[in-house]
Design a protein. Structure first.
Lengths: 293, 609
């Protein structure tokens, strides 16, 4: 087994453990390459099936191609697709693009708050109806007690401290100072009522590993990652107003792999195009303690 | 088009670089973070601009720059000035890629250190040349070896503070090697360094010409990949059994991650503790060509030629291989991290392989002070940060290996109040004779005072013996309808009988869950106790049980002695050794079923006319 095989097996093991131990489980799918690889790993773990609902937090400012790709894949792979949204903030135009608040507060409202209330079932969730192709309000309001998230330890400082199974309290807060031990193949799968556990199957992967895996498995990813003739491409996907593409002429997965392995990005941080990180002192910590993914 | 089909060349195995997990441990403030900061900076492994960013942050806060700040990415951690968690740092040498787990040195955070060390193939143990060998230098040395890390390099750091003195180095070397030797641990190297000044990290130090060994980077590159678990005896804990029916999928896939060995199509396999046997029909995968074998470390799944009834949590083995041990009790070395001590007569959850079972601390043989290696034999509990030799008793038998025979299947953890609180390695099995459960039964029987009416007298007046009648079968097999009708018919014929319906609650719990509910084990225990009283009072206690195995029935019989057990099985017979009294088909005709059962009760002279 090479390193990619090892990473794949470990992730599958974690996904299966989550599926076995958590009754109310969901997987966050941001449409980005990381959570798309995670979705692929779920298909590996469950032999072509995805027995876990996928939850997307739609800020309404995502790049339109992302939403189109999400729905195409959901229909094609028969996914149990759900999205949540901070309707109130959007209706009252209390967002950064509307000029009402700063970037960090916007992330908090449209992502952290929306996520928290979508997971708890307090706010409406919309589920894809595979017959009509439309989203409908989901009748199930059960809180999710296990939430699978595609964060990686190499992304930035606070994520490097994460566990594979990471508890969150009633307020979705992360107590980074007091994390459970995790050893061998044993994880924290017991949790007090009201709390939930974030599950991180991709923790040990690097950005390069992901692209190598995408190349090897031929995983379809949204084409925003490739240069479409303008000499730029997205390296990390987020909301339109806060994500800028990087200069790159990579048009294929192998060109991206090359760029990361020894080319122009081999030493440049992946989230350099994400504005909110800089506003948070480079650490994402304020956001993550409050429930940001 | 929003998706991109990928055209790629066939994968060249050589382009994927070798990879290794290394943990760095040691007493607080001995300079672990500085060592890593140096390794990352000097090998050019930092993201562009990171060094400048941290330097600028230091300047803005009027603090001198230190390499350790590179790792202390979290704000509160910088405030405290100590590493509070296992941070993963990535660095690359010419030879391979590394993940360094930076484990905290503070005793408060020992559980974080354990988390880091359990992931590692090799360890760097840092000792401050100025302070010398400290408590956690010793404790960490012990923990790392207990957790199974075989390759250890000791770094004597801050050599600049002691003027690069060879004498100081030799003194620390002698003291520490003597300590490790008592543990049977032999470090691969012991290296004098100054991480702050970059001495002997990746280049040799002119200041220490007397040192002729490798630099830290060369030593790290010299660590060996150990993972040749495929050559060992085959073991796979069964994590789950999948049967997804979507799109006409009719596979029943026994899934798990192979801990050791290799499995091939056609291999005869055995599942323990149930003892069920079958043959591997296929090895399953998704987006893979057809496979004929799977190897250690692989998360895989197999289908079997014969459909056998097994549940998640069993250990899959190969017939003809050395077999794992199966018992309820074992002796182990345990490291305790829980806030509350581990005590006797309290129920914990034992996680071993892919199974979870209730378990108790049966005995404390000795407690070791890990920093002094002195043994305390009088202690009867295990306190936080203690390392102890103990006996664990599980409520049902588990399958495992001795740690010295097969390491991965010889490891377990103990969960207390939702938290993983103990980690252990199994030394050997212990017989069941002295078990807590048998002791409880003996005690019960000893204090049981018998009245003037003998069992025979009671039976002859009642026209029936006291008995526990168990109707067993899967959810929805009609066992409750049969049980209730049986009570009614027996009652109408004048017999002494009672239908006990509490089991239904547990059945519904279990039906939802792929994992056995902890409460269920306790319920069976209580049922056994209750049956003992009711049967002694001359009553035929009728109850239903779902999803039991040989052990459950044996246990009920033992709890109920001397009154014994009468078992009616409905549907597939999942028992390999326990004798069934009446076997009925799935969803039988209720009247016929009751008639069959009553005939058998007469034949057995449980009904006396």
């Amino acid at each position: 087994m090479d390193q990619i095989d090892q990473l794949e097996s470990k992730s599958i093991h974690i996904l299966r453990e989550a599926y076995r131990e958590f009754k109310s489980l969901c997987m966050l799918w941001s449409i980005g390459k990381d959570s798309t690889v995670m979705l692929w790993l779920a298909r590996k773990a469950f032999f072509g099936h995805v027995p876990i609902p996928l939850v997307h937090i739609d800020t309404a400012f995502k790049i339109p191609a992302m939403i189109q790709y999400r729905d195409e894949m959901a229909l094609k792979w028969g996914l149990n697709m759900i999205y949540g949204q901070n309707i109130k903030a959007l209706q009252e135009k209390k967002t950064f693009p509307d000029g009402a608040i700063d970037r960090l507060s916007c992330c908090k409202a449209l992502k952290s708050e929306a996520l928290k209330h979508t997971l708890s079932g307090e706010w409406d969730r919309w589920r894809l109806n595979h017959t009509s192709g439309q989203y409908e309000v989901d009748k199930n309001r059960e809180p999710y007690t296990g939430v699978i998230v595609g964060v990686r330890a190499d992304e930035e400082g606070s994520r490097s401290k994460e566990r594979y199974f990471s508890p969150r309290d009633k307020e979705s807060d992360w107590d980074v100072d007091d994390q459970p031990p995790e050893l061998w193949t044993y994880y924290k799968t017991d949790f007090a009522p009201g709390s939930h556990v974030r599950i991180h199957p991709l923790l040990d992967w690097t950005e390069l590993n992901l692209w190598e895996y995408i190349e090897r498995e031929k995983i379809p990813v949204v084409d925003l990652y490739f240069d479409r003739g303008e000499g730029t491409r997205y390296r990390s996907l987020g909301c339109m107003p806060c994500t800028t593409p990087v200069e790159s002429t990579a048009t294929t997965v192998s060109e991206i792999v090359e760029e990361l392995r020894s080319g122009k990005f081999s030493n440049v941080a992946e989230r350099s195009g994400r504005a909110q990180d800089k506003d948070d002192g480079g650490g994402l910590e304020t956001l993550r303690r409050g429930g940001y993914m | 088009m929003t998706t991109t089909a990928i055209e790629s060349a066939p994968r060249d195995k050589n382009t994927t670089r070798d990879h290794m997990d290394v943990v760095i441990v040691g007493h607080v403030d001995h300079g672990k973070s500085t060592v890593i900061g140096r390794l990352m900076a000097d090998t050019g492994s930092l993201p562009e601009g990171k060094l400048e960013q941290v330097k600028a942050m230091c300047a803005a806060n009027a603090r001198p720059f230190e390499y350790a700040f590179l790792l202390d990415a979290l704000k509160n951690e910088q405030a405290q000035g100590i590493t509070i968690d296992t941070a993963r740092c990535f660095f690359k040498s010419k030879k391979r890629n590394y993940i360094i787990h930076d484990a905290p040195g503070h005793i408060e955070f020992l559980k974080n250190m354990v988390t880091g060390a359990a992931r590692a193939e090799a360890a760097l143990l840092v000792i401050d040349a100025g302070e010398g060998v400290q408590e956690n230098s010793k404790r960490h040395g012990y923990m790392v070896s207990m957790l199974g890390v075989k390759q250890i390099a000791v770094l004597v750091n801050k050599m600049d503070i002691v003027g690069y003195s060879q004498d100081t180095f030799n003194q620390i070397q002698d003291e520490y090697l003597t300590f490790l030797d008592r543990l049977g641990v032999h470090p691969t190297a012991i290296i004098p360094v100054s991480a702050r000044n970059g001495k002997n990290i990746i280049t040799y130090a002119e200041e220490m010409p007397w040192y002729t060994g490798m630099t830290v980077l060369d030593q790290v590159d010299a660590f060996q990949k150990l993972r040749d678990d495929s050559a060992k005896t085959f073991r796979m804990p069964v994590q789950d059994i999948y049967k997804f029916t979507a799109q006409g999928d009719d596979r029943r896939v026994v899934s798990g991650t192979i801990s050791t060995g290799v499995i091939k199509v056609g291999d005869e396999v055995l599942f323990l503790p149930s003892g069920k046997e079958s043959v591997v029909k296929t090895i399953e995968g998704f987006n893979l060509p057809q496979q004929s074998e799977a190897v250690a470390g692989q998360a895989t799944g197999v289908t079997l030629t014969a459909q056998i009834y097994i549940k998640a949590g069993e250990l899959m083995c190969k017939k003809g291989d050395p077999q794992p041990l199966v018992s309820r009790r074992f002796r182990a070395n345990l490291f305790w991290m829980g806030r509350a001590p581990m005590i006797k007569e309290k129920q914990y959850k034992l996680k071993i392989g892919a199974t979870n079972v209730p378990a108790e601390l049966a005995d404390v043989i000795s407690v070791l002070d890990a920093s002094e290696l002195s043994t305390v034999e009088s202690k009867q509990q295990v306190d936080r940060h203690d390392v102890a030799e103990i006996i664990i008793e599980a409520r049902r038998p588990v399958a495992y290996d001795r740690r010295n025979d097969l390491e991965p299947t010889g490891r377990f953890v103990i969960v207390d109040d939702y938290e993983i609180s103990g980690a252990g390695v199994i030394l050997d099995e212990v017989g069941d004779d002295e078990s807590v459960m048998m002791e409880q039964i003996r005690e019960r029987e000893f204090t049981w005072e018998i009245g003037h009416i003998s069992g025979e007298k009671r039976a002859s007046r009642n026209r029936n013996q006291g008995k526990l009648i168990v109707l067993h079968g899967v959810y929805g097999c009609s066992k409750r309808r049969v049980a209730k009708r049986l009570e009614q018919v027996l009652f109408e014929q004048g017999y002494h009988t009672y239908y006990f319906g509490i089991s239904n609650y547990f059945e519904e719990l279990d039906h939802d869950n792929r994992v056995r509910e902890m409460g269920r084990e306790l319920h069976l225990q209580k049922l056994g106790d209750l049956a003992r009283v009711m049967a002694d009072a001359g009553i035929m206690l009728i109850t239903t049980v779902a999803d039991a195995d040989d052990f459950d029935l044996d246990n009920l019989r033992r709890m109920n002695e001397p009154n014994d057990l009468f078992v009616v099985n409905i549907g597939e017979n999942v028992f390999t050794s326990f004798p069934i009294d009446v076997q009925l088909q799935y969803r039988p005709d209720v009247e016929m079923a009751v008639k069959t059962i009553i005939n058998k009760l007469r034949e057995r002279q449980i009904l006396l006319d």
